[in-house]
Design a protein around this ligand. Structure first.
Ligand code: UDP
Length: 244
């Protein structure tokens, strides 16, 4: 059963459990998709029922970001932990490398996915990056054809949220893939174009601050985090009044 935070259900899993579930789905090849909503997307879902349906239709909904984890705690139904999409993918790659499995990288600016692919294959010997495509295409058709010719075990869709979630939901029945995951700016990180926060920052849950310092233009988007927490407190008060 999913843990609800502002009406959006999150799977309550440790990182190892999330990776195990992801591998199971991939081996079954049912072509489902994984999403990692942060508070910004959770807020967008409040105003957009179609987006909420897309998120809830995912095979795995992982809490990426400490905001969602705090929100769940405030509501008295704590999540086991934060499951950052980038860490989840690393967990998949480790096992996929041992099993010689393939991944297709879709998204980011031209050249980034290729560079990310080279880096991933040298970091995870045995992993097969079977194809790449940038995220600035007009028609889905030719991209879907390329992916289906390769039938990868995993398709990373890195078009930014919520574009990637809409894309995965719209195309899931046309795609011949094991599993898909929407991972935002991860290809930029794998390519070395953007640095993830050092581990100590990640451990202290201030990865968002590191990102803000790197990309100050994200400030507007990040104001959704305090708004999200205020709404969570409102929901908590509402639940108390109803005696839940
Ligand atoms: N992007 C893309 N196609 C688009 C818009 C964006 O491939 O039409 C890529 C962009 O180049 C970047 C990623 O999507 O690599 C978005 O990264 P961001 O960190 O903003 O992701 P979010 O935080 O929205 O998940």
């Amino acid at each position: 059963m999913r843990v609800e935070v502002l009406g959006l259900g999150f799977d309550n899993l440790t990182m190892d459990e999330a990776v195990e579930r992801g591998l199971e789905l991939m081996r079954r090849r049912d072509g489902g998709y994984v999403v990692t909503p942060n508070p910004e997307i959770a807020m967008a879902c409040r105003k957009d029922p179609e987006l909420r349906g897309i998120i809830e239709g995912a095979a795995l909904v992982l809490p990426d970001g400490i905001g969602v984890v705090y929100g769940a705690k405030i509501l008295g139904r704590p999540l086991k932990c934060k499951v950052a999409g980038a860490d989840f993918a690393q967990g998949l790659f480790d096992v996929m490398a041992r099993e010689g499995r393939s991944v297709f990288l879709l998204g980011a600016k031209p050249g980034v996915a290729e560079e990310a692919g080279r880096n991933l294959m040298s970091a995870h010997p045995g992993l097969v990056v079977s194809g790449t495509a940038d995220g600035y295409f007009k028609d889905d058709g030719p991209i879907i054809e390329r992916i289906n010719a390769l039938q990868p075990d995993l398709l990373l869709v890195c078009l930014g949220a919520p574009k990637q979630e809409r894309w995965m939901s719209k195309n899931r029945d046309k795609l011949k893939v094991g599993l898909m995951a929407g991972l935002g700016g991860s290809l930029d990180v794998y390519a070395g174009a953007v640095q993830r926060a050092p581990e100590s920052w990640q451990r202290h849950n201030v990865e968002w601050l590191y990102r803000l310092i790197q990309e100050p233009s994200r400030f507007g988007r990040m104001t959704q985090l305090p708004v999200f927490l205020v709404c969570v407190v409102g929901e908590k008060i509402g639940e108390k009044l109803k005696g839940k």
